[in-house]
Write a protein that binds this ligand. Structure first.
Ligand SMILES: NC(=O)c1ccc[n+]([C@@H]2O[C@H](COP(=O)([O-])OP(=O)(O)OC[C@H]3O[C@@H](n4cnc5c(N)ncnc54)[C@H](O)[C@@H]3O)[C@@H](O)[C@H]2O)c1
Length: 304
């Protein structure tokens, strides 16, 4: 199959392009940033998705049967500081890419949305796909809006649009220098013997899903006949303090955490109920948290 993957220099799409190339697909990766790992087995294009003409040209050349769209302004705090950048990248560029893909004959478009940011602070946890969409950040609003725009492209063009809505994704090669991605940040600092800060009380919970499980959901979404929107999570709530303790064991880290002030906008608890993903894509999480953390620490250790 001919496949286009956007965001290919990033964390999740970096895993996806490798899996697709290993399966023998003809893959074009597109990202504005240089890849942090060697490119082997796919065509790698450097382009800002906000460049409409460039996007039309790349899509017309690649003629993808399937597009996996993961490139995004993926930071909640950047979205609050620069909502225009967030809207341009996550909504307008997604719309332009989808229309260009449909024009080039793409059959399926798999959008990566967000399960964590979509529902704000839901009354019932774990939150399923029927939970009211009430984002509390511009990032969440941009992902929810993009889903709506892409559904209109589906009606307009007949190209099937699916939406994968992951919880908190973790795994090897996640950027440890960002302000999100607590597993990567903690693991890297622990392996270096540096202090680790927990913001807030440490009791906030998140649903941590391993990157290979998210990639599997994307592949299944691309193979399913309908354009479904499904949250992808384990259903389990894990506190930040528990993540600290588990990682400390794997990293043989003996220092206590530094407790910092709570961060504005952080929600108290979230986990996702992936019943719909199980029903329509046959997807269930395969990698238990402790196993995923062990693999992640091992990978970071090798990189160091
Ligand atoms: N990591 C998570 O926990 C998580 C959870 C839910 C949803 N998501 C979504 O999954 C997708 C991938 O996330 P990630 O964690 O791999 O993030 P990432 O930041 O590692 O990757 C995103 C990539 O998009 C690229 N990009 C950004 N703006 C671009 C532009 N204008 N043109 C071209 N490329 C551009 C970046 O250079 C980067 O390589 C994003 O859509 C994100 O919103 C991630």
């Amino acid at each position: 199959m001919r496949v286009l993957v956007t965001g290919s220099s990033g964390f999740i799409a970096g895993h996806l392009v490798r899996r697709l190339a290993a399966a023998g697909h003809e893959v074009t990766g597109l990202d504005v940033a240089e890849p942090r790992r060697p490119v082997e087995g796919w065509r790698d294009v450097r382009l800002d998705l906000r460049d409409d003409e460039g996007v039309a040209r790349v899509v017309a050349e690649a003629r993808p049967e399937v597009v996996f769209h993961l490139a995004a302004q993926a930071s909640v705090s950047v979205s609050m500081r620069e909502p225009r950048l967030d809207i341009e990248t996550n909504v307008i560029a997604s719309l332009t890419l989808a229309r260009a893909a449909a024009e080039a004959g793409t059959r399926r478009f798999v959008f990566t949305s967000s399960g964590g940011a979509m529902f704000g602070a839901p009354e019932i946890v774990p939150a399923g796909d029927d939970t009211p969409v009430e984002p509390r950040s511009f990032y969440g609003a941009s992902k929810a809006s993009a889903e709506k725009y892409l559904k209109i492209v589906e009606w307009e063009t007949g190209m099937t649009v699916a939406s994968v809505r992951p919880a908190n994704v973790y795994g090897p090669y996640q950027d440890p220098h960002g302000e999100a991605g607590v597993v990567a940040i903690f693991a890297q600092r622990m392996l270096r013997g540096e202090p680790v800060t927990i913001f807030g009380s440490g009791t906030d919970t998140r649903d941590y899903v391993y990157v290979d499980d998210v990639v599997e959901a994307q592949v299944r979404a691309s193979e399913a006949p309908g354009g479904e929107m499904c949250v992808i999570g384990t259903g389990e709530e894990t506190s930040t303090r528990r993540i600290f303790d588990l990682l400390a064991q794997h990293c043989a880290y003996e220092r206590a955490p530094v407790m910092g002030p709570p961060r504005a906008g952080d929600i108290a608890r979230i986990a996702l109920d992936s019943t719909r993903a199980r029903d329509v894509w046959g997807w269930t999480p395969q990698v238990p948290l402790d196993e995923g953390l062990a693999r992640t620490v091992q990978s970071f250790r090798e990189q160091l």
